[in-house]
Design a protein around this ligand. Structure first.
Ligand SMILES: CC(C)CC(=O)SCCNC(=O)CCNC(=O)[C@H](O)C(C)(C)COP(=O)(O)OP(=O)(O)OC[C@H]1O[C@@H](n2cnc3c(N)ncnc32)[C@H](O)[C@@H]1OP(=O)(O)O
Ligand SMILES: Nc1ncnc2c1ncn2[C@@H]1O[C@H](COP(=O)(O)OP(=O)(O)OP(=O)(O)O)[C@@H](O)[C@H]1O
Ligand SMILES: O=C(O)CCC(=O)C(=O)O
Ligand SMILES: [Fe+2]
Ligand SMILES: [Mg+2]
Length: 333
């Protein structure tokens, strides 16, 4: 994660710079779709990749599911690389290997099956291929524009629930973790590596919640415990309906960082796998989260960097170090 400290110096002078051209300038000749649906377009940029219907769907719902976007061959390669990492045949600098809290806190000696998540795989060329797949970037560009940074990478291996419901991911908004803006120029791509449904803990989304504000997040008070940094929306009572995203291997969902989502318990004996990347426009800018609802996660990440890597850095810096350009120019982030 924190590999190039010298690169940091170059990056830091950008941190507090105001945004150059990332306001709403995007929506210029969006009139066609806009007029058709009589709504202003805000969440998507002018492009000829999305159909008017797809564009309207994302504007209204905050996500877009594309069937069969990643080939079975590619997914099999990602799976093989994941297994090599678990067997410790490859060492990846900066990689965070996370185990389920039930297993991490027990006497059980963890083997590869205990790995519940890999984070920050940007230094693994085979897994990072996912973030550069042209068919994914074509969609990403519709939300971020042409200068694209891969900000956060994950391979999620949701384990069979050990009986304490710790395989759940509480309902949250990803923006809680991100000290950069504007939110509308950030998007997550999440690809199912096998069939996912309610049994093995598919994504659960609340369509339309991307239009709401960022909520306060904290650890949920769950009896069986909760994984490190799995914050959920505090005192959450939502009137929005929940939608379970049933997906097949290779299907990919793109979603907005304010969309409220989570994932259910894995009631099967298999490990539910998905690979994802959060992208942002390189024209985004970092913000200071002091005094905001994000201060708690910012402090937690700073503490982790200090304990684990002996690095005394700002929340924003932890992101600037992980970020990788995947298309266009690294203008700000
Ligand atoms: C949009 C996006 C950002 C949304 C999200 O991804 S939300 C989830 C974010 N999650 C994370 O960022 C996970 C971060 N996880 C990590 O950094 C690591 O897995 C660590 C929790 C630091 C553990 O790594 P490491 O230090 O290598 O492992 P160790 O086995 O030596 O454990 C050190 C101490 O941590 C504890 N631990 C390990 N895994 C978990 C867990 N899943 N939940 C709660 N506590 C955990 C472990 O028991 C140990 O504690 P002590 O024995 O020192 O008290
Ligand atoms: N008590 C709770 N507080 C907050 N979030 C919860 C709570 N219970 C479940 N969730 C969240 O709701 C989402 C769905 O979880 P859940 O395990 O209930 O799965 P489900 O898909 O609804 O399956 P089921 O068919 O068992 O109800 C997850 O994000 C989960 O973390
Ligand atoms: O794959 C999942 O369970 C969802 C994870 C998620 O939403 C996240 O890590 O932010
Ligand atoms: Fe999330
Ligand atoms: Mg439920």
């Amino acid at each position: 994660m924190f590999r190039a400290t010298d690169r940091l110096k170059v990056l830091l002078h950008h941190l507090d710079r105001p945004p150059a051209a990332v306001t709403a300038s995007s929506c210029t000749s969006a009139q066609a779709v806009s007029a058709h649906y009589r709504v202003p377009l805000r969440y998507t940029l002018d492009n000829d990749h999305l159909s008017p219907e797809q564009r309207h769907f994302y504007e209204e719902n905050g996500f877009l599911l594309i069937k069969n976007l990643v080939s079975a061959e590619d997914i099999d390669r990602f799976r093989e690389e994941f297994e090599r990492i678990c067997r410790r045949e490859v060492q990846v600098p900066g990689l965070v290997v996370m185990r389920d809290v039930t297993i991490a806190k027990s006497e059980f000696v963890p083997d590869q099956r205990a790995v519940s998540k890999l984070q920050d795989f940007q230094e693994d060329p085979e897994l990072f291929r996912y973030c550069k797949l042209p068919q994914i970037l074509k969609y990403v560009e519709c939300f971020t524009g042409p200068n694209i940074m891969a900000m956060h990478t994950m391979l999620i291996n949701k384990p069979p629930d050990a009986g304490k419901k710790t395989s759940r991911h509480p309902m949250h908004q990803d923006l809680h973790y991100f000290p950069f803006r504007p939110a509308d120029r950030i998007v997550c791509a999440w690809t199912a590596m096998e069939n996912v449904d309610r049994n093995n803990g598919c994504l659960v989304v609340q369509p339309g919640t991307h239009k709401e504000t960022l909520k306060e997040h904290d650890y949920p008070e769950w009896e069986g415990g909760v994984n490190k940094m799995y914050h959920g929306i505090r005192d959450y009572r939502s009137h929005h309906p929940r939608l379970h995203l049933v997906m097949e291997k290779g299907d990919t969902v793109f979603f907005h960082p304010l969309l409220i989502h989570g994932s259910g318990m894995n009631k099967t004996q298999g490990f539910r796998k998905a690979i994802s990347c959060h992208y942002a426009s390189a024209d985004c800018y970092y913000i200071d989260v002091t005094g905001t609802t994000q201060e708690n996660i910012g402090n937690e990440i700073k503490e982790l960097a200090l304990q684990k890597y002996d690095l005394d850095i700002k929340f924003q810096e932890s992101w600037a170090l992980r970020a990788c350009l995947v298309q266009g120019e690294r203008t700000s982030l």
